[in-house]
Design a protein around this ligand. Structure first.
Ligand code: ZN
Ligand code: ZN
Length: 178
């Protein structure tokens, strides 16, 4: 997905694209690493305008992934969608043009060189950010019994697991995750 600079200087550019996740190297890598598998193509819509010497590109990305719950190992599917706004300024080429996250996390500042902006990297990045690092099939997933391996969401197995300690651990975890 590309924005031609000479075109966006004259008028608003609206783009929409649908590609398989494998089109994006970083997403293909996630699948190869077994982190998740994409069950829907990546749909991206972007509107770009020229303002005050930079390009403002805002849009949405959407897809869906199949994940394995980090507690009970069950597979589940998660729809993904995200909105973003990126300000592209032309690179002067004499310094490292790192991406800068502005104070508002929805706003991203980036740079471009040449006569077009390639949005693929940002599209893949936005999708990656939405894939949970520690997937949970549900907030209340009880996980597997550490003694016998039974799925505690299905039935209580009757093992003595020192429930009190487990609950304490779960509470601590919730606090950390917040
Ligand atoms: Zn689970
Ligand atoms: Zn058990």
């Amino acid at each position: 997905m590309k924005i031609a600079i000479d075109k966006v200087k004259r008028m608003q550019v609206d783009l929409s694209e649908e590609e398989p996740a494998s089109h994006y190297p970083s997403l293909a890598e996630m699948e190869t690493a077994g982190e998740c598998s994409f069950t829907a193509p990546v749909r991206a819509q972007v509107s770009a305008v020229w303002e005050y010497g930079h390009v403002r590109a805002s849009g949405t990305v959407a897809s869906a992934v199949r994940l394995s719950c980090s507690r009970c190992l069950a597979e589940y599917e998660l729809p993904i969608s995200s909105e973003f706004t990126i300000f592209y300024t032309e690179s002067k080429g004499d310094e490292l043009d790192e991406e800068v996250e502005l104070s508002d996390e929805e706003l991203i500042s980036a740079s471009y060189t040449g006569d077009e902006i390639d949005l693929d990297h940002e599209v893949a990045e936005q999708v990656m950010l939405e894939v949970p690092y520690k997937p949970l099939c549900s907030e209340t997933c009880r996980g597997l019994c550490p003694q016998c391996g039974a799925d505690l969401n299905v039935a209580e197995c009757g093992c003595d697991r020192g429930e009190i300690n487990l609950k304490m651990a779960a509470l601590k975890k919730i606090k950390i995750e917040k």
